[in-house]
Design a protein around this ligand. Structure first.
Ligand SMILES: NC(=O)c1ccc[n+]([C@@H]2O[C@H](COP(=O)([O-])OP(=O)(O)OC[C@H]3O[C@@H](n4cnc5c(N)ncnc54)[C@H](OP(=O)(O)O)[C@@H]3O)[C@@H](O)[C@H]2O)c1
Length: 294
């Protein structure tokens, strides 16, 4: 049976911006009541107040950090108190990233990314499973990434978190199939959101190269379609599909291409670091004129 937004109850994490905000609006516009979770809940209040309420299902902001156990329990309490303990859709969307070589990062970058992108959604799901069992055609939608299918250099921690989410989603889908709960894994490619403004432990001059960009609205539209059709998995964008399927067909070739790209990025970065340093210290002797080098 397809999933229906009208009169349903959903939880969306990371609803203050980007994909989560667009998906929350889409669900509410179609008559769903959404518990919208994010640390910056005032943003959710702002946009939900200015939204067209005539066909609105309703949005209840819940302020908090999903890595905090009490916040996850507060989501469960809200469902128990206001929605008779019944949940029809959980969207695990909140996520963070960081760019840079693994060898240059502290253990904290890995820890933070895994906490937000993997442990928090897993534990939130654990808390909400009883409510999902009471839902109608329930769906758990996990917003992953094409980097959860093929890892690339300079994003090792992020790729690890999305691979973990991919593996966990596949196991959970099989475990919950007989209970009628679907697990939908949505894997977007690069999306023009605030994601790249909040990268952790990342050199501000570091850039992320990718094949094309989608808008958060376009990603949310496709995620919404996948939820309604109760799909198991969708990989978005031609660039993303090319990366994933090329890797499945020729993994050794893909390894060689990515190793070459990593080397090129390293030498480009060294060149731009040197140019910046030369600009900041124009009087510093160059290698050729430095007597210490001879
Ligand atoms: N952008 C891309 O290129 C891209 C590509 C593939 C997959 N994705 C995935 O898509 C998802 C959404 O990303 P986006 O592009 O929409 O980025 P975004 O605009 O930065 O949105 C991220 C959302 O996550 C929330 N968030 C972050 N840490 C949180 C925490 N500890 N507790 C609660 N909420 C938290 C943020 O809200 P607060 O800061 O207010 O808490 C924000 O609403 C992520 O899982 C990301 O990995 C993104």
């Amino acid at each position: 049976m397809p999933w229906k937004a009208k009169d349903s109850v959903a939880v969306v994490t990371g609803a203050s911006s980007g994909i989560g905000k667009c998906l929350t609006q889409l669900l509410a516009d179609n008559g769903c009541h959404v518990i919208a979770v994010a640390r910056r809940a005032e943003r959710i209040c702002q946009w939900s107040a200015s939204h067209d309420h005539t066909k609105f299902g309703g949005v209840t902001p819940l302020a908090g950090d999903i890595t905090d156990k009490d916040v996850r329990l507060a989501v469960r309490s809200m469902i128990e108190t206001h929605h008779a303990g019944k949940l029809d859709l959980l969207v695990n969307n909140a996520g963070i990233g960081g760019i840079g070589k693994f060898a240059d990062a502290t253990p904290d970058r890995l820890r933070q990314i895994m906490e937000v992108n993997f442990f928090a959604p897993v534990e939130l799901t654990r808390n909400l499973l009883p409510a999902l069992h009471r839902g109608s055609s329930p769906v758990i939608c996990n917003i992953s990434s094409v980097l959860g299918h093929r890892a690339v250099p300079d994003k090792s921690e992020y790729c690890a978190s999305k691979f973990a989410m991919h593996g966990w989603s596949d196991s959970l889908r099989a475990e919950l199939a007989s209970a009628g709960i679907q697990v939908t894994l949505v894997s977007p490619s690069t999306t023009k959101s605030e994601f790249f403004d909040s990268l952790i432990q990342t050199d501000p001059n570091q850039s992320s190269s990718s094949l094309g960009h989608w808008s958060p609205q376009r990603v949310a539209d496709r995620a919404y379609r996948a939820i309604r059709k109760r799909r198991s998995e969708v990989i978005l964008s031609w660039g993303g599909k090319t990366l994933v399927y090329a890797d499945r067909l020729a993994p050794s070739l893909m390894n060689a291409i990515l190793a070459q790209r990593s080397d090129k990025q390293r030498s480009d970065k060294q060149r731009s670091d040197k140019q910046r340093s030369d600009k900041q210290h124009p009087d510093k002797p160059t290698d050729a004129s430095n007597p210490d080098n001879h």
